[in-house]
Each structure stands twice: as C-alpha cells, then as structure tokens.
Design a protein. Structure first.
Length: 348
C-alpha cells in the first residue's frame, strides 16, 4: 500500500522492501524515492506514460496461471525471485523460459532435513505429473524411492524462519490420512522457487482433470496454501486430567495439528475444525474445574464429540488463535470436507 519508491527505468511504483531488491539489479531497474529524490522532466514523463498496469500487461503477458505471485507479506526469497523472473529474466514474456516449472517433469537434488537427527543431507527428488507424484531417494542409485507423495495431497509453503534457512520450503503430504512434513532447501534461490512453482503446476494440471468445469480462478487458490496460524500453546488430553503439555500447533485449513517440535516429521495429533452449522464453536477461557495449565489464557474448542482445551502464554496469542478458529468455524463446510470429518471420527 502507498508505495514511496519507483523504478524510473521500468516506469513502476514499488514499496520500500522491493526497492532494495530492484537496487540489486541496476542493469534493469533504476530506483528513486518519490518524495526525497530529484526528478527531471523526462523521468516524470516516462512514469506518467507507463505505470504499474502498463508494465504488468507487458512483463506478465504470458504468465502461467499457476505461477505464485507474491504480495508484500511474502518472504524475501519469493519477492526477489518474482522480480528477477519478471524484469531480469523476462520469463513471462518468453514462454520457453518457463520450462523448469511448466514441463510436467523435474528432477534434481535438494537438501532435506533428516527425520531423526535433524541434519540436512542431499537427496534426489523427482516430480512427475504423468505418475502423479513427487518422490525422493535416499541414495542416488536407489531403485525404490524413500517416499512417494501424491500430487493430489501435496502442499508446499516457504518457512524460512522455522527451518532456519532463507530458502527453506516445507512440503506436506498425507500418508494414511495423517500429515507428514518434510523440510528442504537449495542454495540457489531460483532453483527452490522453480521447484515450488513446478509443484503448483503439477497440482494445477491434476485439478483441471479432477474438476473439468472449474475456472482457473477457482483452481489457483487450491494449488498451495500458507498456514492460517502457527505457534506454541499448551494442551491437555481427552480426560482433561493429564496436565497440560506445551506443543507446537499448526492450523492448516481445517486441520489443527500439534507437534512436540516445530520441525517434527509427524504430528502427535490432529483435530478437525468444522463449521458452526455443524456444532463447532470456540470459547474464550477454560471450564472452571480445569487444573494443570501453566499458561493462563485459555481457549475451549467444542466439537460434536468432545471439548479440546488449550492455553496460550499471552492475551495477544489467545486473541489471534481465537480469531483464526472463528474464521474457520464461520466458513460453511464443503462436500469433500464431510468425508475428511468422518475419517477423523473413525480414527483409531
């Protein structure tokens, strides 16, 4: 909002964060402050006859619908690679430059965090639309993959702070209807963003077949998703007498998952959060008889089967979690979400 900077060589207005990225490609983009720098008449005229919409129609003329277009809220890596792809490499003017993520097949090496020891090791990854899967191999010459992740259930989201690497990508998939996390990165920013967009492309083409009548606008929001919220809360068990334990929580669409550590491969448990029409609700505070919580700011989630009790360290945390839960609960359930809910009810 209200950008205070401009690239007078491209004729566009940009925000402070992106102005720093533009400065790093001076052969393409020359940056000035709208308020603080001197502008000559020719520069002002150039800005007036161009602008962001004109630049967009030129530099995004052949942008594939599945390519992730970051906002000012996204991580530095996504914004930098978007700017470089658009203005430096001109990928959305020349379709042949989109081959790395649009071909339907991609293989290469990524650094993957070990499930048990936390070390990052080089692993071969293969994404194949034809096979409908992303696979990785523990050894270069291995015949069998260590994991097969179906494109149907795949998600990818950049998590630089959590993973501790500016190029850190979290990939999740469903295994026996439980969520499995893997954490990867690549030293080259373009390489990891190409992997991310290749996953989105594969999901786009899968969904086009699965929902033949759907428009691009319907499908694009389903290609990948950022988590609604993550952070620590305390929780207690179903009898609510076990004492509260500190856990890392991730709200992924309607799945509330909790982990002992933010970088665990498997969730310790998952809670399905339905809609208010189906008797789900969120309440501030805990029942009066509750004991064992160290943190004072409680939240109770009521589902048709039981109550879940959580406690937050601060009032701000509590408010943010309640707001997130209310957004989910106020959204009517989709037909396919009833099947997910039914599975949660019959989990062993």
């Amino acid at each position: 909002p209200d950008p205070d900077w401009a690239s007078h060589s491209l004729g566009i207005f940009i925000c402070l964060n992106c102005s720093g990225i533009h400065r790093n490609i001076p052969q393409v983009s020359k940056v000035k402050s709208v308020r603080l720098d001197d502008w000559d008449d020719a520069q002002v005229e150039f800005m007036a006859s161009n602008g962001n919409n004109v630049a967009k129609s030129k530099y995004e003329s052949k942008m594939p619908p599945f390519y992730y277009k970051p906002t000012y809220l996204d991580c530095q890596l996504l914004r930098e690679q978007w700017i470089r792809a658009k203005y430096e490499r001109k990928e959305f003017i020349h379709s042949e430059k989109q081959e790395p993520y649009s071909a339907g097949y991609r293989e290469g090496f990524l650094w993957k965090r070990g499930r048990d020891n936390g070390q990052f090791l080089s692993r071969k990854f293969v994404l194949s639309e034809r096979e409908g899967a992303l696979k990785y191999f523990n050894k270069n010459d291995a015949k069998e993959p260590k994991a097969i992740m179906k494109i149907e259930h795949l998600n990818a989201t950049f998590q630089p702070a959590k993973i501790g690497n500016p190029h850190g990508l979290q990939i999740t998939y469903l295994k026996d209807n439980s969520t499995r996390n893997i954490f990867v990165y690549h030293e080259d920013g373009k390489e990891i963003v190409d992997w991310f967009n290749a996953i989105r492309a594969a999901r786009f083409h899968y969904l086009q077949v699965a929902f033949p009548g759907a428009s691009d606008a319907d499908l694009v929001p389903k290609l990948s998703r950022n988590y609604l919220k993550e952070g620590y809360m305390e929780k207690t068990g179903p009898k609510q007498t076990e004492g509260f334990k500190k856990r890392w929580f991730t709200m992924d669409d309607r799945r509330l998952m909790y982990f002992k550590d933010p970088l665990d491969a498997f969730a310790r448990g998952e809670v399905f959060i339905g809609s208010k029409e189906n008797s789900y609700k969120v309440l501030e505070g805990l029942p009066p008889s509750t004991q064992g919580n160290h943190w004072q700011h409680g939240i109770t989630i009521v589902t048709p089967d039981r109550k879940f009790l959580f406690a937050c360290e601060t009032e701000d945390d509590q408010l943010e979690w309640i707001t997130t839960f209310q957004k989910v609960i106020s959204r009517p359930m989709l037909p396919q979400e009833y099947a997910v809910e039914a599975h949660f009810k019959h989990k062993p």
